[in-house]
Design a protein around this ligand. Structure first.
Ligand code: PLP
Length: 406
């Protein structure tokens, strides 16, 4: 008899719904010939945000040099540029050996958790989160413990909730700043409070700063690693968002703080890094020209520039839909609106998103995919043109009318 081939039990509790069943339905509709507006993932290129010619031609010029494996931690020129940027941002005592380049921040998130966690170790993760963090902790045998980010306080982390959730199994705290999905950008005060909690409880800080250069309204971005020298911190960034090169799959993580306390952990990272030999070499030739030209990172966030005006249009349109409220994002390119449960009857937010998909041919992501304990949020990406976004919002508003409870 033929036997079914089953997946590993390690995947039992692993959930990454940004690319889950709703996307499968969208793919099915596309194969039937429908055109779907994809507001579900932060992928700048399809919406006309393309990398600069300077970066592309540098990569093209190095094609022949990218044929062989290189140092598993990454191309030296790339790591030098990353190191210089860290020093310029005020992160002291970083050298090229403290940097790992990977196939996107995604690979490094998974590596950083695999190298750290024993079964049952706990990791504090924001709720809502970018769900890869929760999935990676779970897959590594760890236990994700979600701390509340408070919508009433511009989605800032609740320090009291974090403190209440720490115990002797807690190993680390994850920060996502600027945040996906909420767009919150943390100020110095909250970052210092987070550092104090980490310091007092011997926690490692893992700070996902992939949107660090995408802030609006002159909101400053402060890398958490620049604010302490005595807390071991791993900071993540990459080419996917600011440099519009998501398809290149290139990101990096930087270790700072008391590295002498983390020698054994860093050895673990090296084992995992060596096991995959090295990350895509060609993409690493994009790092130096990207980081050494400041103007490239500013293009996305110029005041009244394309992204900022798309944010404003989408935010205004969302807030004018009855029963919706939305905190204005200070960074990244997502909005995370709330559907007032007194106004809307929604039992299952995934069903709502499936309805928007079938009725309006617009792909959103349900809030519960971001590990929040309610079903009255969704995430929308504001990368498309202002016209596309305005049209989409009218259609979304139309579908929502079906759910009015009044
Ligand atoms: N971290 C956050 C917060 C993200 O939003 C994303 C992608 O959307 C990633 C990491 C993944 O980045 P990469 O393309 O470098 O794997």
């Amino acid at each position: 008899m033929l036997k079914q081939i089953t997946q590993s039990k390690k995947l039992n509790d692993v959930c990454y719904d940004i690319r889950g069943p709703v996307l499968e339905k969208a793919n099915a509709l596309e194969s039937e010939g429908h055109k779907i507006l994809k507001l579900n993932i932060g992928n700048p290129a399809p919406f006309g945000f393309e990398a600069s010619d300077e970066i592309i031609s540098n990569v093209r010029n190095h094609l022949a040099e990218a044929q062989g494996y290189i140092d598993s931690q990454g191309l030296l020129e790339a790591r030098q540029a990353i190191m210089e940027e860290c020093l310029a941002q005020g992160i002291s005592d970083v050298n090229v050996d403290d940097i790992f380049v990977g196939n996107g921040v995604s690979e490094l998130i998974s590596m950083s958790m695999q190298a750290l966690l024993n079964d049952g170790d706990e990791v504090l993760i924001p709720s809502p989160d970018y769900p890869l963090w929760t999935a990676s902790v779970t897959l590594s045998g760890g236990k994700p413990i979600h701390y509340r980010c408070d919508e009433q306080a511009d989605w800032y982390p609740s320090i009291s909730d974090i403190k209440a959730k720490i115990n002797d199994k807690t190993r680390a705290i994850i920060i996502i700043n600027p945040n996906n999905p909420t767009g919150a950008v943390y100020d110095k005060q909250i970052l210092i409070e987070l550092i104090e909690v980490a310091r007092a409880n011997n926690l490692i800080i893992f700070s996902d700063e992939i949107y660090g250069k995408i802030t609006f309204d002159n909101t400053p971005f402060i890398p958490v690693a620049a604010l302490s020298e005595d807390v071991f911190t791993v900071s993540f960034s990459g080419l996917s968002k600011t440099y519009k090169l998501a398809g290149f799959r290139c990101g990096w993580m930087v270790m700072s703080g008391p590295k002498q306390l983390a020698i054994n952990y860093i050895e673990g990272l090296n084992i995992l890094s060596n096991m995959r030999l090295c990350s895509n070499v060609l993409a690493q030739f994009a790092v130096e020209p990207a980081l050494r030209n400041d103007s490239l990172s500013q293009q996305l966030t110029l005041p009244n520039g394309r992204l900022e005006s798309q944010r404003n249009i989408t935010w205004n349109a969302l807030n004018s839909i009855p029963g919706i409220s939305c905190v204005k994002p200070g960074g990244a390119f997502y909005l995370f609106p709330r559907l007032d449960p007194k106004f809307y009857n929604i039992d299952n937010d995934e069903d709502l998103i499936l309805d928007v998909l079938s009725s309006a041919k617009i792909l959103l992501v349900q809030g519960s995919a971001f590990n929040i304990p309610d079903n009255h949020h969704f995430r929308i990406v504001f990368l498309p043109s202002a016209d596309q976004l305005s049209d989409a919002l009218v259609k979304i508003g139309g579908v929502l009318e079906k759910y009015y409870s009044l």
